[in-house]
Design a protein around this ligand. Sequence first.
Ligand code: NAP
Ligand code: ZN
Ligand code: ZN
Length: 347
Amino acid sequence: MLPTRGYVAKGPASKLEPFTFERREPGPHDVLIDILYCGICHSDIHQARDEWGGAIFPMVPGHEIVGRVARVGSRVKRFKIGALAGVGCFVDSCRRCASCKQGLEQHCEEHLVLTYNGTEKDKKTPTYGGYSSQIVVDEKYTLKISPKLSLPNAAPLLCAGITTYSPLRRFHVGRGQRVGVVGLGGLGHMAIKLAAAMDAEVTVFSTAKAKEQDARRLGAHAFVVSKDPKNLEALANRFDFILDTVSAPHDLNAYLNLLRRDGALALVGASPEPLAVEPFSLIHQRRTLSGSLIGGIRETQEMLDFCAKKNIASDVEVIPIQQVDAAYDRTVNGDVRYRFVIDMKTL
Ligand code: NAP
Ligand code: ZN
Ligand code: ZN
């Protein structure tokens, strides 16, 4: 076994603290990755604070992982020692079900092995995430990172990037379409960059007027302060597609009403509290309300390659791991521009 250092949440109310645990020795298909950077996703906070329920403690969060391959198993073909590698929200799945076969491993019907707050294929052994010195992952679930991308800026692509890219693609966002992005945080800022790179006309809905300049710099064509309902009412029936990234309860109907006939809203924000839907928000204009969960391995690689080609990455604030609790609080308070990324050499 490989002794590994990390940061752990021991319970929903505890601060994160140093922790040592063991990773498995790499098997024939595994790569051992020395972790260089790990992003802080709001999902880390929801889970470390057990806001969704069912959290497994002790928890080492982190699923926006980039690093360098330090060792490869005897049958590994796609990675060599020293190569850049990324790991996202899951590290294995059954590989046999219809979803796995279609490259939609995130919807595995048997058992999705989450990077942390989950269990290995035995459904017993807990998994530990990227706030740690190293990780062992099957090469099939490991992503290639272009050396063209700056590493700390690339880390958030592994969750915030794919979570926004996948629904934009599924709903065929492109030129001539009006796209709304609700919430300008980690996911929201990637959604703006990606939708703009797909040539859509992007409008940002934010509670924070102070983010307007940033939104425009990131590629938005319009910015709406969402706190005043009149600002939304003025835009009724206009949008082809809306991506909702809000992490807390909010009025979904106000956004559904902005969709044109047959328009769709995809919810990726995972508020711990339920959101009420008024039937007429969907019935009028026969609108669609959808959800979306990260993305499969094939699409994650496609997104990483798209980002390398278009020179897109995350706007980050790099922090030492000792500041992780403060970064959690700042994220919850909307005080992040636009993703915290932990420099793992500070571990
Ligand atoms: P984040 O950086 O904290 O951004 C969330 C944004 O939501 C904030 O910046 C804020 O934007 C807005 N917001 C927060 N509280 C609000 C409130 N009470 N009312 C209205 N707007 C509010 O979080 P993130 O990392 O982007 O994650 C966003 C959500 O997506 C989280 O719930 C996370 O768990 C979830 N998530 C889902 C998936 C998936 O696969 N579906 C993947 C990753 C994350 P403004 O300041 O602009 O208003
Ligand atoms: Zn995430
Ligand atoms: Zn499966």
